[in-house]
Unconditional design. Structure first.
Length: 256
């Protein structure tokens, strides 16, 4: 009798976990990221805890969150919190693939929804670099025209993005990072691409792409979001050993 009962209990447990597994399998990675985004957005961020969580991120993104002009690391400082949340949820769900970033997005390292809310609020509040990497400057008039016609609708006239629609701010981002993401979005390597943006940029020639992204990298974020000098150190991380050349190195030569 006991054994029978136990068997049926195990049976029910097995069945319900199978049903759950099926329910989860029915969710696409995009649905999973969306569910996490909504969950994070319902929480109130704790900035102090965000600073603690950011200790792990600082190893690559540096205490300042300024990224590198070679385009490997993006500037994340000052980005809309909604964008940071969406991107973290997307890395985690596999909608954006990057072997460096992925291991640090998983729950065992980054934490759960609350930690995402906290670290995103902390990063949004960081001052941005006044000296991001830019392009060659050779075709800025063409870049301005292309930007007006193709990008302002979503990213705003000053590249400020849209926090409510989690559209990234792209003003002041490193030029070579912009190029890499533009290519990843167009090719579909980045699975969280906005389908309308993909259509919009589909026909860009390399010359047009470099022109519009050079122009974008030179759009200035509002003065209050920028650090006053390129040697600024985030005082929250006094003991971090910094590369003295970190942001001062000129952007590598642009090959077009
Ligand atoms: C091992 C290095 C590394 C660590 C640690 C790391 N990241 Fe990243 N992160 C990257 C790289 C590289 C990219 C660029 C990914 C790409 O090119 O698609 C990135 C991209 C991002 C982006 C997307 C920015 C954008 O505008 O596209 C966000 C947001 C981000 N990281 C936040 C974090 C946070 C928060 C942490 C800490 C929990 C963290 N990262 C830890 C390497 C790292
Ligand atoms: C229809 C709206 C739309 C248009 C038009 C559009 N974008 Fe986007 N763009 C987006 C959205 C939304 C994302 C974020 C997608 C995601 O990861 O969820 C994005 C992401 C990006 C990124 C990656 C930023 C980052 O931090 O990872 C770059 C670079 C970019 N856009 C540049 C441009 C440029 C340049 C143009 C004009 C040539 C343009 N976009 C036109 C909506 C748009």
């Amino acid at each position: 009798m006991m054994r029978l009962m136990l068997n049926s209990v195990i049976g029910v447990v097995l069945m319900s976990s199978t049903v759950l597994a099926f329910a989860d399998a029915a969710l696409s990675p995009m649905d999973i990221a969306k569910r996490e985004y909504d969950e994070v957005m319902r929480l109130s961020p704790n900035i102090d805890n965000g600073r603690r969580v950011y200790t792990t991120c600082a190893v690559c993104h540096h205490p300042e969150g300024w990224g590198t002009p070679d385009g490997v690391y993006p500037q994340i400082a000052g980005q809309h919190r909604t964008v940071i949340i969406k991107q973290l949820a997307d890395f985690r769900a596999g909608n954006r693939i990057n072997p460096l970033m992925y291991p640090f997005s998983v729950p065992g390292v980054l934490g759960g929804a609350q930690e995402i809310a906290d670290v995103a609020a902390y990063v949004e509040g960081l001052l941005m670099t006044p000296h991001n990497g830019v392009g060659s400057g050779a075709a800025l008039a063409l870049g301005a025209e292309l930007y007006q016609d193709n990008c302002t609708e979503c990213h705003g006239a000053q590249g400020e993005g849209d926090a409510n629609e989690h559209i990234p701010a792209i003003a002041g981002q490193h030029y070579l990072y912009l190029v890499r993401q533009f290519d990843n979005i167009r090719s579909g390597q980045r699975k969280n691409s906005d389908p309308k943006m993909v259509r919009q940029i589909q026909g860009f020639t390399p010359e047009q792409e470099f022109a519009v992204l050079d122009y974008t990298s030179r759009l200035r974020p509002p003065a209050e979001k920028l650090a006053t000098d390129a040697g600024w150190n985030n005082p929250d991380f006094p003991n971090f050993v910094r590369d003295p050349k970190r942001d001062l190195q000129p952007a590598p030569p642009v090959t077009e």
